[in-house]
Write a protein that binds this ligand. Structure first.
Ligand code: SF4
Length: 461
């Protein structure tokens, strides 16, 4: 928690009665309004199974919308119903299933944690740790938030939770006006959530708080009139006081703003340099932190293909096992260095890693397009080229060279692999390069089953 001497009392809760009231109203509201989500309705045979189910859902839900997670979660739990099943799977299989949800490092860490040589399956005989502290200590990639979610929901440990939804609710309830990601604010949110969490039903309470943030106390248009904890909300109280003041005779003598009701020098109040904005109402909270500067990097990519029996086959390469998008598949891509001359020359130089001189001797290189994609704090700009080979396909069966893995796949196979959203954009962009007249109908028809896999293609030779 923040230094008590430097913060106003209003940022904490007034009394045990107030806390009890918030718990009761929130739990009652949750019981009546909770969304029917697969991780909530899933029946588990054991606590271990329940913990695994919560763990998977919490990892999937980080930085991904609920709607985008629902189907993936169902498929995942069907394929890997227990932590042991996940441990036995290959990273490729796991990443393929994850495909489309982004932030692949989450998936990799989840898999790592379940792998045979990690704590869960080996050292702990497949038993997932039961306390928040042990979960965070023992499981790779499990931070304070995920550990608190598993411990409270699966094992009923009385521990609070802090995620983006909870931050929004708490910052409004307690009028926390400093950057939400500052150390002092973060500590205060954990202090508040641990103070508020229900003693009997910590898991339900934590889910209720997150649900309130996701469905009622939303970022841009919170539905305060249907909020179960509005009577304890200081941001809403400030809105009402502001309105009252604006219509009073005192407001005529100044600019119509409510005089500063906070003590000066409080570390959690709105800073004097960025005071309350009456147009924003409760959305004055939470306050954003400084944006991390986005770094821009440029690449040259070759959507490289050959055609046989009216089917296109694409060259894809596996990324290194560490770093951004580790282990995913992509089109041959090389950093663009303007000092190295023409883009086409740089790209052909890179393709020599995968293709022979013979294969490269007859290529058609079509105009480049540019695709931009934002990865968290990095913007990648890809200069796309469509490279069409007239090759002897028998030579294209080689799958690795100098420890770089690559393969040829059909469009259908490509979209089943673990590829990033940027690769999908590149593919679409390259389609436009090839023939602007080939519309989405043609593309869909191909996907619907007339394509044969490359494996079958080679077998039939
Ligand atoms: Fe959020 Fe409004 Fe409820 Fe306050 S009253 S917690 S701002 S929805």
């Amino acid at each position: 928690m923040a230094d008590a001497s430097a913060i106003c009392r209003s940022h904490s809760f007034e009394s045990d009665e107030e806390i009890d009231g918030i718990r009761k109203r929130l739990l009652t509201w949750y019981e009546a309004n909770k969304r029917d989500l697969p991780w909530r309705s899933r029946k588990a045979q054991s606590l271990n199974e329940k913990a695994y189910a919560v763990w998977v859902s919490e990892v999937m839900l980080q930085q991904t919308r609920v709607a985008a997670v629902i189907d993936k979660y169902k498929i995942w739990m069907k394929k890997f119903p227990a932590v042991e099943d996940l441990a036995k799977a290959s990273l490729d299989e796991v990443q393929e299933l994850w495909s489309g949800m982004g932030y692949y490092s989450r998936c990799k860490k989840l898999h790592e944690a379940a792998q045979k040589n990690t704590k869960v399956v080996n050292d702990l005989n497949g038993i997932i740790p039961t306390s928040c502290e042990e979960l965070a200590k023992q499981l790779p990639g499990v931070g304070r938030y995920t550990a608190a979610a598993i411990a409270s929901i699966a094992f009923n440990e009385r521990v609070g939770i802090v995620d983006g939804n909870v931050i929004r609710v708490l910052s409004r309830l307690r009028r926390v006006g400093v950057a939400h990601n500052s150390k002092i604010a973060e500590n205060h949110f954990w202090f508040c959530s641990n103070k508020l969490v229900d003693e009997e039903c910590p898991g339900d309470f934590n889910q209720a708080l997150m649900e309130l943030g996701a469905t009622v106390c939303t970022p841009k248009s919170p539905a305060c009139s249907s909020c179960p904890v509005s009577s304890s909300c200081l941001a809403l109280k400030q809105v009402h006081e502001q309105r009252k003041f604006a219509s009073s005779k005192f407001s005529k003598t100044d600019n119509g703003s409510l005089p500063d009701i906070e003590s000066s020098g409080c570390s959690l109040c709105l800073p004097p340099t960025e005071p309350w904005d009456s147009d924003k109402g409760v959305t004055n909270f939470p306050r954003r932190g400084k944006k991390t500067a986005v770094k821009t990097e440029e690449f040259i990519s070759g959507v490289t293909s050959f055609r046989s029996n009216d089917i296109d086959y694409y060259l894809i390469v596996k990324r290194p096992s560490t770093g951004l998008l580790a282990g995913l598949w992509e089109f041959p891509t090389v950093p663009f260095l303007s000092s190295n001359g023409e883009k086409k020359i740089q790209l052909l130089g890179h393709l020599r890693k995968f293709l022979s001189e013979d294969e490269l001797s007859e290529v058609e290189i079509r105009e480049s397009k540019t695709v931009s994609h934002l990865f968290s704090h990095r913007r990648h700009i890809y200069h796309i080229h469509k490279i069409i080979l007239s090759i002897n396909h028998q030579t294209s069966q080689s799958l690795s060279k100098d420890l770089v893995h690559f393969k040829w796949v059909t469009e259908e196979e490509l979209f089943r692999l673990a590829i990033s959203a940027a690769v999908k954009k590149m593919f679409e962009a390259s389609g436009d390069i090839v023939s602007p007249n080939v519309g989405s109908k043609t593309r869909k028809r191909k996907l619907n089953g007339t394509q044969q896999s490359l494996e079958k293609f080679f077998k039939s030779k």
